[in-house]
Ligand binder design. Structure first.
Ligand SMILES: Nc1ncnc2c1ncn2[C@@H]1O[C@H](COP(=O)(O)OP(=O)(O)OP(=O)(O)O)[C@@H](O)[C@H]1O
Length: 451
């Protein structure tokens, strides 16, 4: 999952909503505003990894915003959008420092490709934090396989740290100085995934006014992570297999083949082997990517990791929030963390730690600051009703009961359909895309989605 935060500036409300939908489905965190002035206010209150802005808008407009950005946040890339008739102003914006422009109308894949092309690389220096014997053994194994060229399949439940492991393998490989590129196959709508992976030539579809390299080309010399590969549809799996076998790629709408030197890693939280047995996943692709399998146990199966991970997450978020000294967990708070079952694994722990930092009063994190969602199935009785209610009341907005019902319906239908996303979407009368989005949100809340 991408942690990048984008600022979207567009005065046309319906276009803004459509762009927001595309970006959020691709799991970017987005703030959207209607003019450059509002954008400046947003930039003053929080940092962004990228700004995507219309050029023509009332007020100081996109060029005025670009000038502000150049002066105050020169490292933040700005991508411009412009009507085809006013390309000149976009060219002017490029001269003034914008990274690129999109000529309207453009297809969603054009937007996603441009965003991922110019987004600064996430800080991947962080090592996985491990202390449990099982995790230490796994990391040692990962270090040994890292130096080889083998494709690695990283498995484990959602939020267990599969992407962290993939970055660790890349960082410990001879390719560590080359790019590490990740693509979440579940987050990108099916019709966009092919263009995102393989790239496209000018004119390949609406809005493709210029050629764009795909993820394979962007990862040239380095490592490509295919996150949640189980969600890729069978037709695309066949094309992927061909690219992996032949080590060359052809852009959509192109005729030239491009030689590839890319190591491929993949992750899945579903049982790919049984998916291969039932024909839901191509068996030949399964064997090609599964040369070396590594599996993270669920967090509750490696309890010695919980406190070191909590301390690491406390330090990380305290730094981001400028909180010094870094608060420490008192004994009761630590005990509470150790007795929870963590269905959302490390991602759920991360959320709980962030809440604790907001709720704490002194330098210590106490048990009253540890607010765990009631639906998360604790191993021991939950906090006293008064403490829990006061904490969750401020965090749960109205309508949470309705949301909870929706979550239950999705989980029950997943069960009835033996995990088939396609059947669930059909049964509930929603698109596969909407279902994926809702499940991603549920995962973020720490709800475990069955494979
Ligand atoms: N061992 C670890 N050390 C430090 N941070 C970790 C570790 N494991 C997970 N995290 C953090 O927990 C969060 C979830 O991890 P990650 O995205 O790697 O999980 P995942 O298994 O790939 O999840 P998903 O299946 O939902 O894609 C991230 O913020 C990550 O930085």
């Amino acid at each position: 999952m991408s942690e990048a935060k984008l600022l979207l500036v567009e005065d046309d409300a319906s276009l803004r909503e459509a762009l927001l939908d595309t970006l959020m489905l691709a799991q970017f965190t987005c703030v959207d505003v209607a003019c450059a002035e509002e954008a400046i206010m947003a930039l003053k209150s929080e940092p962004f990894d990228m700004v995507i802005s219309d050029v023509q808008m009332p007020g100081i407009g996109g060029i005025g915003l670009l000038q502000y950005l150049q002066q105050h946040h020169p490292k933040t890339p700005m991508l411009m959008m412009t009507a085809f008739a006013t390309i000149d102003s976009a060219v002017e914006a490029i001269k003034q420092g914008a990274v690129d422009y999109l000529a309207k109308p453009f297809a969603p894949e054009v937007l996603l490709n441009q965003v991922s092309r110019y987004l600064p690389l996430a800080d991947n220096s962080g090592q996985p934090v491990v202390a449990d014997d099982k995790s230490i053994a796994l990391l040692n194994l990962a270090k040994r396989v890292a130096v080889s060229e083998a494709s690695v399949m990283i498995m484990g439940p959602s939020g267990s740290g599969k992407e962290v492991m993939a970055r660790y393998i890349h960082n410990n490989s001879p390719r560590s100085e080359q790019p590490f590129v990740a693509i979440n196959c579940a987050a990108i709508p099916e019709n966009m995934l092919e263009a995102t992976l393989f790239g496209y030539e000018k004119g390949a579809f609406t809005g493709a006014y210029q050629a764009c390299p795909g993820k394979f080309e962007q990862a040239q010399g380095g490592t490509l992570l295919l996150d949640e590969i189980s969600e890729m549809e069978l037709g695309l799996q066949a094309k992927l297999l061909r690219v992996l076998q032949e080590r060359e790629v052809e852009r959509l709408g192109g005729r030239k083949t491009i030689k590839l030197d890319v190591r491929v890693l993949a992750t899945s939280n579903r049982d790919l082997k049984s998916m291969a047995a039932t024909g839901e996943f191509r068996e030949d692709l399964y064997y090609r990517i599964n040369v070396f399998p590594l599996t993270w146990p669920a967090l509750h199966q490696r309890p010695a990791d919980i406190i070191p991970l909590s301390s690491h997450l406390l330090a990380k978020h305290a730094k981001q929030l400028n909180i010094t000294p870094v608060p420490t967990l008192n004994d009761a708070a630590s005990r509470r963390l150790l007795t929870h079952r963590w269905p959302g694994n490390v991602r759920e722990l991360d959320n709980v730690i962030q809440r604790a930092l907001i709720l704490r009063v002194g330098d210590d994190i106490t048990v009253n600051d540890i607010i765990i969602d009631a639906c998360d199935g604790a191993l021991t009785p939950d906090l006293s009703p008064t403490t829990h209610a006061s904490g969750s009341a401020s965090l749960e907005p109205l309508g949470s009961e309705l949301k909870a019902q929706e979550h239950v319906i999705i989980l029950e239908t997943l069960n009835q359909c033996n995990g088939s996303r396609k059947d669930v979407a059909e049964k509930l009368g929603i698109s596969a895309r909407t279902l994926r989005y809702k499940m991603a949100k549920m995962r973020d809340m720490g709800i475990q989605i069955p494979a």
